[in-house]
Design a protein around this ligand. Sequence first.
Ligand code: SF4
Length: 448
Amino acid sequence: MTGTSSTSDAAASQACLASGLGTSSSDPSAGNLRSGNLQVQHEQGQRQVFCGLAGIVWLHRKIQDAFFLVVGSRTCAHLLQSAAGVMIFAEPRFATAVLGDRDLAGLADCNEELDRVVTELLARRPDIGTLFLVASCPSEVIKLDLDNAAERLSREQQGRVRVLAYSGSGLDTTFTQGEDTCLSALVPVLPEAAAGTDALLVLGTLPDVVEDQFRRLFEALGIPSLHFLPPRRGSELPPVGPGTRLLAAQPFVGGTAAALIDRGATLIEAPYPFGIEGTRAWIAAAAEAFGISAARVEAVTAPAAKRAAVGLERYRAQLAGKRISFMPDSQLEIPLARFLQRECGMELVEVGVPYLDRRMMGAELNWLPSDLRLTEGQDLERQLDRLRVDRPDLTVCGLGLANPLEAEGLTTKWSIELVFSPVHGFDQAADLAELFVRPLNRRDRLAF
Ligand code: SF4
């Protein structure tokens, strides 16, 4: 294992960005499932997604005293650097401990090497409060036990640094699951909430500016105690216990929600805070869980909702009647499709999701049209065939598919941009719609 790598090589990273990471393309088990009134077509085959390491890009910005050490290959290092776009002169809060040929061949003691790399890193960076060891495909293939390593290193640090491990491997996941596995690793170390304490815990990374907006709204409602997971600092972990009401801000944190429920929290079923309607319903569901009246919710949210409606109007005029398809990639597809159809007047051609977590998505499914073509999983070639027949006005897809589809004359939107951008809440509703208007405008400007 060499020291931490932070060099950039965008070309090499394309190997993992653009390759299908699934299994074979034939699928004898593909079939229809029902979810409420919706028919869900289940597909299995070649997939085209980023891996969970991508989550580090937004998590390291959010948890300001955390450091993410990927234990992986040069390809993992290249992917991370390319996705994050970090300048080589800055020392960021993530790096890769690169497994060399001797590590992969089992000729070196990887644990010894890892301890050396971590000790050097922590000596150089005393600002690190929480260190995440992030497993990758190569570390999982050689069965390097990072959970044990994290425990060992935590003991050695004697409380100075908290060391935790999670998997960002791309073998069997989609890219937003990296956040879920990271937050799940935090759940066992969350403090126990004092008995009889009622609190709202908002789950899923939100940009600080959006978090502040929601904090103001929840405080105006009179929510007694409010926490966010992840917090802005690893040293400020929220308490959890039987009085904790859990409100998911992102649909891809189902594993963390399950772990919090195991610790006594109660999940509030709600749509996601995208657009005016989704944000209002999300806040109303939290208010109801605390016995706050609908009239109070209306009084607190009405000014922001009214502002958002004005901002949204001009983009609605440009989106209404346009046809859109979603390739399965980020897990945001269903709430975004719901927003675009109900509030922007777009026509949904096909909505694909990597996996359908019915516990996390129940309230959203009720808002989708019953004749929607909804697919779960992916068989890439079959999906591309359908797309070429459908030829929607806009296709939301992963980075690796966007350029080839543009070359075929289809207009695309990168789904990962929707995870990086502030898009939640009333004040961002117009910005969210504008993200879908931009590629349509670009197409019009380029048309001869
Ligand atoms: S974790 Fe796996 S999929 Fe992700 S960059 Fe590393 S090798 Fe590629």
